[in-house]
Design a protein around this ligand. Sequence first.
Ligand SMILES: Nc1ncnc2c1ncn2[C@@H]1O[C@H](COP(=O)(O)OP(=O)(O)O)[C@@H](O)[C@H]1O
Ligand SMILES: O=P(O)(O)OC[C@H](O)CO
Length: 495
Amino acid sequence: MTQVLAIDQGTTSSRAILFGADMAPGASAQQEFTQHYPASGWVEHDADEIWDSVVATCRAALEKGGVAASDVAAIGITNQRETVVLWDRETGKPVHRAIVWQDRRTAEMCARLKAAGHEAMVQEKTGLLLDPYFSGTKLAWLLENVDGARAMAEAGRLAFGTVDSWLIWKMTGGAAHVTDATNAARTLLYNIREGRWDAEICDLLNIPMGVLPAVKDCAADFGVTDPAILGAAIPILGVAGDQQAATVGQACFQPGMLKSTYGTGCFALLNTGDTLVRSQNRMLGTIAYQFDGKPTYALEGSIFIAGAVVQWLRDGLKIIGSAAETGPMAEAADPGQRLYLVPAFTGLGAPYWDPDCRGAIHGLVRNSGPAEFARAALESVGYQTRDLWEAMTADWPGAGDGTVRVDGGMSASDWTMQFLADILGAPVDRPKVLETTALGAAWIAGMRAGVYPDADGFAATWAVDQTFTPRMDDAERSSRYAGWQDAVARTLSRR
Ligand SMILES: Nc1ncnc2c1ncn2[C@@H]1O[C@H](COP(=O)(O)OP(=O)(O)O)[C@@H](O)[C@H]1O
Ligand SMILES: O=P(O)(O)OC[C@H](O)CO
């Protein structure tokens, strides 16, 4: 029993990957599912469809790999964070579609809570801000707006969970209603200093605490799968939110280590060890991972649009056929032009948290064309990361030298990674294994099962594939970044 099955339940697709005794990724399967956009700024998923996609991908990965379920030592789950599922414990049916992390329907509720002066208390306890991004106000919305939900919740019939909880509940045939500390840390309801659900915040949002799952370490006994699902009872021994799993998969175990994942959005986490930094610069305080009851904290910067800007070049502007074309185009762009593309398609996340501003391009001239747009799009990812890094270093003296371990689909772009190194003025390390999110979940579960090494042993296996070192001189770096800051200032809705 040396295989570990990692489930990576993401925003647009579910994936299952088998990892062997050597922790190398093996057979995998992936399935997309429906995105529902019932109103402007609203994003929903069908939790049953997510469940079906997870079962299908797990079965397909096992079949492709020729692995029997009885050969799997453990399952590790990693998931899109913050997304809210609320279901009936008796029927096992969700009472509404899941409200996705990107959904902005509670913007007004957040604004009201902020105006009433609650943000400092919430930030102190949860590390988070009053933004619709997090689960708490979404859950409050469901309890307010779904017919009968409040009465059922108060009678103990409803269960709330982030996607990990939902999947575990389904996998264990309804036996376990649990989550891990990293997912709990994203709900706005969990006191990350004291390691418990927070009664004052639940009261403020009018959430009956009986709907909340039990919170465990990332490596723990989360339950055992119903044998009818995959063909054998498999223990679920690892759980972490996807950005935290990537932090683990990148072996960022020492304070000062930084990882940044470039998918649709970008999420940078800086390990701050035992210190929960109270950000003065609108970064998030969060739990990076929790083992043996001891949380390790991180500062997080969340950018909503990273690779999505490349999708926009392809599907919106239609100036590229595939994402990989952007690198050569950026290379060929007129070096004399300074275009700044601020991709505030859904507002801006950290460190601005401006849900109302919208995207803008600054610096257009007569001969600005597709190549200059492509370059500005790729550069926007570097500039936004620099914004996060500026905020992190201002927040915490223990931040390292800016060396960053990267992963995610967009980290395949050499041009973008070189620009990132240039604009940060620090090395960018791209590892050999790019499946860091799934690897993190697999390692946690495999370590708990006793088939994988401890943290030091795991960290020793992390290997760099390519390091991008800064080539830009300081004067150019400063002047370009000043231009970006100016472009953002002119784009924000509140100045
Ligand atoms: N060579 C490339 N150059 C630029 N962007 C890329 C490249 N390859 C992939 N991307 C971008 O990476 C993103 C996909 O990354 P992925 O990690 O699969 O995202 P997610 O997990 O959020 O769905 C897409 O937005 C795509 O535009
Ligand atoms: O599913 P991803 O990879 O887009 O990640 C989503 C994040 O967890 C949202 O906080």
